[in-house]
Write a protein that binds this ligand. Structure first.
Ligand SMILES: *[C@@H]1O[C@H](CO)[C@@H](O)[C@H](O)[C@H]1NC(C)=O
Ligand SMILES: *[C@@H]1O[C@H](CO)[C@@H](O)[C@H](O)[C@H]1NC(C)=O
Ligand SMILES: *[C@@H]1O[C@H](CO)[C@@H](O)[C@H](O)[C@H]1NC(C)=O
Length: 812
């Protein structure tokens, strides 16, 4: 339409092309009057070639501007036109030669209009009637043979052959009848004197005049003629004009003088006294006009209506005292006054209108009628501005109400449109009609989530069934088209169906946890939710919900070194010459939690000599507090507690055995310490172990130096001062951090190097991979293996995992 905007005429062509199929074919039927209701007139459907089956759907119906619907019916099943009410041609059309009922057959989709006319044929159902049953004549006996006397003709309401065709006179001695054709429809009938009268012989003569029509069977009417024979003769009155014409507006008030007829009589006295009367007047005219019998003045006595009767024709008789008369015709034309406002009829209306109708769709048909004539019935029709509808003139006084834009129920759900019709009279009359149009819903809006994505935060160890968060989607459509149902889109989280993690309430959008989450296994996951409406077809939209699990301090610190009680072999040697502040040993602990919950602090809770050793609160490094003196006990035991910083905090304790000695020979004294009998040969083993380890160490240093020398450009970080823990010491759940089944070394540091001590002398060096350490391939060493290493110095490290355990004492 944008393209066409510049070419308005083309636009019009487009609009009107919708109605191109409108036709106005004419059909005529004829039917005799007085037919019984239900009589068949004709099959319109067949005659117009319309599909009978579609008549109902197309709302085929008869319409008539003059309210003729009462006479005929259209049966939309059979397509037949039938008589509805007995028709009396005479009442309907009076003396009009052709009596035609005009109808319009209207079909919709598309609008189609056919003119149908029904000619009502006359049947001879009325007899000729004389104005009065008896006619009195007074005739002088001096009248000569051949003298003629006017008689008032008989009237038959039928037309054509069925009207009066001939007159006959009962046989008598004196008179014969003379009939002369004045015009088609008028005859003058006169009595002609055939034999001289003789008052002395016969004073009164009576005979019968018969008027017969030409119908079959014939009908007739009679008048008795009564002739009194007088002594003298006189003149009949004579009208000034043979025809009086007057014209009168339909709104003429009562008592308006229309015209005054006048006739003069040449006689004097009673013979010259003229009186007037209507000799032929219709019932309708009798109700609206009066004639003053003395003055001949004709006045309005009833309401005139151009629309129901625009012309009156009557005959006035003037009579003198003896009954001699003449007549004149009076024609009164009624002129139109704009006294009828246009009337708007809604012929069809699609209500409600689906909101997806395309612009240009016909939603209603209206018809405008004005009963006035000519300019007074020219009607202009308009529809108010600001609504997406317009009026498109169609055939005759029909207009289509057409949508001009896209409707949207979610924006405007109903319209009140006002149609105004104004005629061109002066002053113009107008009327208006309001139509209420509702817009019906179509499922054209998908549900829309209030947020682009949702996040839920939950602490681990939550209860199954606890609420995580809720999502809301809105759909502005109506009823089920706007009812939102939530559901989870199938997916997998950690290899398990998402439905085993969360569930969503379909009606409320509240998301529940289905299981208890473990932060150490799963830190966050994403689920996709769908909001779908209940329309058909349904519309939907998706949203993602991220669930973040937060840590709870549910893992106590785990001490890696020294090994837990029971397997304890960990005895540290402290040189006697150790000065205050020397590093003696280190407690290594880890915590599977994270953040504060894994922030470990170390404390000596019990010691043999409380003043001798201290522990770094965060490093776990055990140092001498002062120089060792001779008096110090050789065996020192420390109980160290490791606490995390969670709320509440969890802790673990371990014992550390220290031996103050420079001499390995003193080691046997260790027997006294809590070791088994089996360890009695410890000293010799220890020596062997230390020698082999030292040798190994030296070899190693040489290798390292060699390697470093060779690869100077690509230095390898082997001993970076960090403590690297073999995977076997990790709690099993450590192995899965980002779901790949691998443990990133960086994470390794995060998790364990809470002390950050770079001065540590303890180095657990594992197969050092730059990036990842496959969890399954981590060392299968347990703390007891360390014991074995000390127990048998020649036990070789595992092949494939270059693995060293090196204890380096500063003073070694
Ligand atoms: C339309 O008219 C009806 C009754 O006259 C009224 O209740 C309704 O609010 C109107 N609607 C609009 C959209 O103006
Ligand atoms: C919903 O929309 C469909 C079409 O998408 C329509 O047929 C139906 O009537 C609408 N329902 C309601 C309650 O409006
Ligand atoms: C929502 O996701 C489902 C499943 O992946 C898909 O079938 C559907 O088309 C998506 N809907 C929208 C609106 O993207």
């Amino acid at each position: 339409m944008m393209v066409l905007r510049g070419i308005p005429w083309l636009c019009c062509v487009c609009c009107f092309s919708v109605f191109v199929r409108i036709t106005a074919a004419d059909l005529s039927y004829s039917v005799p009057e007085e037919m019984k209701p239900g009589s068949f007139v004709g099959n319109i459907a067949k005659d117009l070639g319309l599909d009978k089956a579609k008549l109902s759907y197309r709302k085929a119906r008869l319409d008539s501007e003059e309210n003729y619907q009462q006479y005929c019916d259209f049966d939309s099943k059979s397509g037949n036109l039938i008589v509805r009410e007995q028709i009396d041609r005479e009442e309907l059309c009076g003396e009009k030669i052709s009596c035609v009922l005009r109808f319009e057959l209207i079909l919709e989709n598309p609008l189609e209009l056919h003119r149908v006319s029904v000619l009502i044929l006359d049947i001879n159902d009325n007899s000729p009637v004389f104005p009065s049953e008896s006619v009195k004549l007074e005739i002088s006996e001096s009248a000569v043979k051949g003298a003629n006397y006017r008689l008032i003709e008989a009237h038959d309401m039928d037309i054509g052959q069925n009207t009066v065709t001939h007159y006959s006179l009962q046989k008598n001695d004196y008179f014969v009848l003379s009939v002369n054709e004045v015009s088609d429809r008028r005859k003058s009938i006169e009595l002609v004197l055939d034999k001289e009268l003789d008052r002395e012989k016969e004073r009164d003569i009576n005979f019968v005049l018969v008027a017969a029509d030409g119908g079959n069977p014939q009908r007739s009417g009679t008048a008795n003629i009564h002739v009194s024979v007088l002594d003298a003769n006189d003149n009949a009155p004579v009208f000034d004009q043979a025809v009086y014409k007057a014209s009168l507006p339909e709104n003429a008030p009562l008592d308006t003088v229309v015209v005054t007829v006048s006739a003069t009589d040449a006689d004097e006295g009673v013979n010259g006294e003229v009186t007037y009367e209507f000799s032929r007047i219709s019932e309708k005219a009798k109700r609206v006009f009066s004639l003053n019998s003395q003055t001949g003045q004709i006045k309005v006595i009833g309401g005139l209506d151009f629309e129901s009767n625009s012309k009156y024709e009557m005959r006035v008789d003037a009579k003198d005292g003896y009954g001699l008369s003449s007549d004149s015709t009076l024609i009164i034309d009624i002129t139109d006054v704009n006294d009828n406002a246009p009337v708007i009829h809604v012929k069809s209306l699609t209500n409600p209108i689906p909101e997806n109708v395309s612009p240009g769709t016909e939603v209603g048909i209206i018809n405008v009628q004005d009963r006035d004539s000519e300019k007074n019935r020219q009607v202009r029709c308009s529809l108010q501005q600001g609504v997406p509808f317009k009026l498109v003139p169609s055939i005759k006084n029909y207009y289509s109400v057409v949508s001009t834009g896209q409707l949207d129920r979610e924006v405007v759900s109903d319209y009140n449109i006002t149609i105004t019709a104004t005629d061109e009279g002066s002053p113009p009359l107008s009327s208006s009609k309001s139509l209420h149009l509702s817009v019906a819903d179509i499922n054209d809006n998908p549900p829309v989530f209030e947020e682009e994505s949702y996040s839920a935060y939950v602490s681990e160890n939550n209860k199954a069934g606890s609420t995580l968060c809720s999502v809301t989607a809105r759909d502005p459509d109506w009823r089920q088209n706007g009812t939102v149902i939530y559901s989870l889109l199938a997916a997998e989280v950690n290899g398990a169906p998402v439905s085993s993690y969360v569930s969503v309430n379909g009606d409320t959008g509240v998301i529940h946890a289905v299981r208890s989450f473990d932060y150490e296994q799963l830190r966050s996951f994403k689920v996709q939710l769908m909001a779908r409406d209940n329309g058909s077809p349904p519309l939907s939209s998706n949203v993602s919900v991220s669930v973040f699990i937060s840590d709870v301090n549910d893992n106590p610190p785990q001490i890696l070194y020294p090994a837990p009680e029971g397997n304890s072999f960990m005895t540290e040697l402290v040189p006697k010459a150790a000065h205050g502040g020397s590093l003696v040993s280190k407690v290594i602990a880890v915590d599977a939690d994270s953040g504060q919950n894994a922030w470990l602090s170390y404390q000596i809770v019990k010691s043999t000599d409380p003043g001798l050793f201290t522990i770094g609160v965060h490093s776990g490094e055990i140092r001498t507090q002062r120089d060792i003196s001779e008096t110090d006990s050789m065996k020192q035991t420390l109980i160290v507690s490791v606490k995390d910083n969670g709320q509440p905090s969890l802790s673990a304790t371990c014992s550390m055995y220290l031996l103050i000695s420079d001499n390995l020979a003193e080691v046997p004294e260790l027997k006294d310490i809590s070791y088994d009998e089996k360890n009695s040969k410890l000293t010799s083993y220890l020596i062997i172990a230390l020698v082999s380890v030292s040798t190994f160490f030296l070899t190693f240093i040489i290798i390292i130096l060699g390697v470093r020398f060779c690869r100077r450009r690509k230095p390898r970080l082997l001993f970076d001062g960090a403590v690297t823990i073999p995977g076997a010491y990790l709690p099993p759940n450590y192995a899965d951090v980002d779901g790949t089944g691998t443990l990133r070394s960086t994470y390794n540091y995060d998790a364990y190097l809470t002390t950050g001590s770079r001065t540590s002398d303890f180095k657990f060096v594992s197969s050092y991979n730059d990036n990842t350490l496959p969890a399954e391939q981590t060392l299968r060493k347990s703390p007891s293996d360390f014991a074995d290493a000390f127990g048998s110095a020649d036990s070789s490290p595992e092949v494939g995992n270059i693995y060293f355990v090196i204890f380096v004492y500063e003073h070694f």
